[in-house]
Design a protein around this ligand. Structure first.
Ligand SMILES: Nc1ncnc2c1ncn2[C@@H]1O[C@H](COP(=O)(O)OP(=O)(O)O)[C@@H](O)[C@H]1O
Ligand SMILES: [Mg+2]
Length: 225
């Protein structure tokens, strides 16, 4: 599903964020991407959604080389690979329902489909009751669940998450991860960048550890260290 082949990423300032990363992530996998700050986790995530291109090497999603995607094919990739961030990135002037609906509308869903998909998605993340609230009236955990609903609504094959629990207290972080585990069980591949060792140790999934742009460990059913 996702293949990185000898990927290097050097930013214009000369920082080598990834240095020869090769990795395969099969469909339905759940991967924790761990490592200290500056290890290259966010860069890895940005390459998967084609927010950045590698300096050398290749990134494939479903056999498609992301460097060779045409600009007009990028929206299609973003439907396949959805992203959630630490800071939720919700639209503050839109309700919960509208935040999720907007993501579908910009992808060309019909009004009818939007009216059907949004409620069922909010149901899945446990926010049916909060549909008409604005983000500032929600807890951090609820806001992150809106972001997950927004990512999930288009039924992506993959959800990539960059420190999605970074702003949440431990109990809320654990709930958020449990939601992603359920979504994974329904068939979505999850790539989860985090330096929260407790979450990783509790779940014991595949762990890919980055240090200074290198993969130093790739282990199934593993803990953080
Ligand atoms: N847009 C950028 N321009 C220049 N350097 C960057 C940029 N983004 C990240 N870096 C640098 O690349 C390295 C890896 O960063 P990052 O991928 O954000 O790691 P992590 O998410 O693991 O903290 C760091 O040294 C960081 O300072
Ligand atoms: Mg980061």
């Amino acid at each position: 599903m996702i293949v990185l082949h000898n990927v290097c990423k050097e930013y214009p300032n000369g920082v080598q964020a990834l240095a020869g990363v090769s990795l395969q992530i099969p469909e339905r996998d759940f991967v924790f991407l761990v490592g200290p700050s500056g290890a290259g986790k966010s860069t890895f995530i940005r390459l998967l959604i084609r927010e950045e291109l590698p300096t050398s090497g290749r990134v494939f999603v479903d056999g498609q080389d992301l460097a060779r995607l045409r600009r007009r094919d990028v929206p299609q990739l973003r439907r396949k690979v959805s992203v959630i961030f630490q800071d939720f990135k919700l639209l503050p002037q839109k309700t919960v329902f509208e935040n999720v609906a907007f993501a579908l509308e910009v992808s060309g869903y019909s009004r009818q489909d939007v009216q059907q998909v949004v409620p069922s998605t909010l149901e899945l993340v446990g926010l049916a009751e909060q549909a008409d609230r604005f983000p500032d009236r929600l807890s951090g955990g609820e806001q992150q669940r809106v972001a997950i609903a927004r990512a999930l609504a288009r039924r992506p094959a993959v959800i990539v998450a960059d420190e999605p629990t970074g702003n949440l207290d431990p109990a809320t972080a654990a709930q958020t991860v449990q939601l992603l585990v359920r979504i994974n069980a329904l068939g979505t591949t999850i790539v989860f960048a985090t330096h929260n060792s407790e979450l990783v140790n509790t779940l014991r999934r595949r762990v890919v550890a980055l240090e200074q742009g290198h993969i130093v460990r790739d282990q199934a059913d593993a803990g953080y260290e």
